[in-house]
Design a protein around this ligand. Structure first.
Ligand code: SF4
Length: 158
């Protein structure tokens, strides 16, 4: 997971920073059935954003799984879309509640499963073009300090 530097400090493989820029392809919001966990504060924020009470939000947009709340999905051919994934006319697939999306979504792709080593990152980059295209362009650089802050904001994926 870590490379050792000369002064014995542990430096992650992304110690020089890493590039990422979402292309709004929507791939991370669809695919096999899965879970988008959220807590009470996030439920309230989403409900407020949609102009409804939390109880109605849960009934309409969420389901229980493993004793927790997760966002509802909608079957789309062989895939399961997040209930908040929307397609724009220009081919973009974006989040319709983007400003209040749960932490799990907000911290993608800086999850421990992607950050533990370069191979983990490259595996996810196969379906997330935002993780590979900017690097080739040498832009949208995220310094390691910022990566750490993002990861710290999502303890579930640390
Ligand atoms: S898969 Fe990657 S590029 Fe596509 S919408 Fe998700 S974060 Fe953005």
């Amino acid at each position: 997971m870590f490379n050792k530097s000369n002064d014995s400090e542990k430096t992650p493989w992304y110690g020089d920073g890493i590039s990422f820029s979402c292309t709004q392809c929507g791939n991370c919001c669809t695919g096999p059935s899965g879970y988008v966990w959220f807590d009470e504060d996030e439920a309230q924020a989403m409900a407020d954003h949609l102009g409804m009470d939390v109880r109605s939000f849960h009934q309409r947009y969420a389901r229980r799984a493993m004793g927790r709340w997760t966002l509802e999905e909608e079957k789309n051919g062989r895939d399961y879309d997040c209930v908040f994934l929307k397609e724009d006319g220009d081919g973009k697939r974006t989040c319709s509640i983007y400003p209040v999306r749960p932490t799990q979504c907000r911290t993608w792709p800086f999850w421990s499963s992607n950050m533990k080593n370069r191979r983990g990152w490259e595996m996810s980059a196969k379906t997330c073009p935002g993780m590979r295209e900017p690097e080739a362009r040498g832009e949208n650089f995220v310094p390691v300090e910022q990566v750490r802050v993002i990861m710290a904001g999502n303890p579930e994926h640390l």
